[in-house]
Design a protein around this ligand. Structure first.
Ligand code: HPA
Length: 268
């Protein structure tokens, strides 16, 4: 981990900044990276980093400033369904911690389980349900990062939720709020699974985010989570799901998404 942090530190030294906000950009949400005034470091260049394999996921770290805040953004993340371990998925979050990041903004594309949602909605993640059957903290505890049994009672900072809600109001964005349930994928869910998730209290379903949030919380970061509802979850509408639809909807909502994150960053 130290070798990755050292490499990044040496690359960003000329910028004279120390990133304190980390952002993970989900499927199709990588455009925000273009708003950051700084440098791009491909994952492939960084010792210890793995690269993502799927459409809509570039693999770059972007370090620079956004609304005069020092940012490190992941343009593209790793997923469990690609064959990566949870430890590999959370590795960049831990490197961010070594670089001094205290705040993590995680974003994703998700299917809407709550029937009042509409594709294109942005949802603040209030809490999550980990249905992946895995946890990035399994194995020897890394005591230098955090404790063996980290508390998850406020996985998503209430303060940041307030800030996001105020920011959305200011921008005239209709923001949703709800519980995100994480599954492994890559197959989408069945209608019966979606009915079960609804009865469990979930509002949106996706295949990412939860491992990174657990590792970030373990390392003492404060977290804001934003889901882009790209489609209604399986069985709600009488139509099959496809990844192209997910990418198309994120493109449509990208303007609002970028505006919201910029406003939140300013207020944090
Ligand atoms: N299910 C799981 N993951 C997703 C979905 C979905 O419907 N949409 C975007 N990511």
């Amino acid at each position: 981990m130290n070798n990755s942090a050292d490499y990044i530190n040496q690359k960003i030294a000329p910028l004279g900044i120390k990133p304190d906000i980390g952002i993970i950009l989900g499927s199709g949400l990588g455009q925000l990276a273009n708003e950051i005034d700084g440098i791009k470091i491909p994952y492939a260049e960084i010792p210890g980093f793995k690269t993502s394999t799927i459409q809509g996921h570039a693999g770059n770290l972007i370090v620079g400033t956004l609304n005069s805040k020092s940012i490190i953004a992941m343009q593209g993340r790793l997923h469990y369904y690609e064959g990566h371990t949870f430890q590999e998925i959370v590795y960049p979050v831990r490197v961010m911690k070594l670089l001094g990041v205290k705040t993590l903004i995680v974003t994703n594309a998700a299917g809407g389980i709550n029937k009042s949602f509409t594709p294109g909605d942005l949802m603040i993640i209030e809490d999550h349900i980990n249905l992946t059957g895995n946890n990035p903290l399994i194995g020897p505890n890394i005591d230098s990062l955090g404790v063996r049994f980290p508390d998850m009672s406020e996985a998503y900072s209430k303060n940041f939720i307030d800030i996001a809600e105020q920011s959305a109001k200011k921008l005239g964005i209709n923001l949703r709020k709800g519980v995100y349930i994480a599954v492994t994928g890559p197959s989408y869910e069945t209608p019966a699974e979606i009915r079960m998730f609804r009865s469990l209290g979930a509002e949106a379903v996706g295949m990412s985010t939860v491992p990174e949030v657990i590792a970030a919380r373990h390392a003492g970061m404060d977290i804001l989570g934003i889901s882009c509802i790209t489609n209604m979850a399986c069985g709600i509408l009488d139509q099959p799901l496809c990844h192209e639809e997910v990418i198309q909807v994120t493109k449509k909502v990208e303007k609002d998404f970028v505006a919201l994150v910029k406003e939140v960053v300013k207020a944090i």
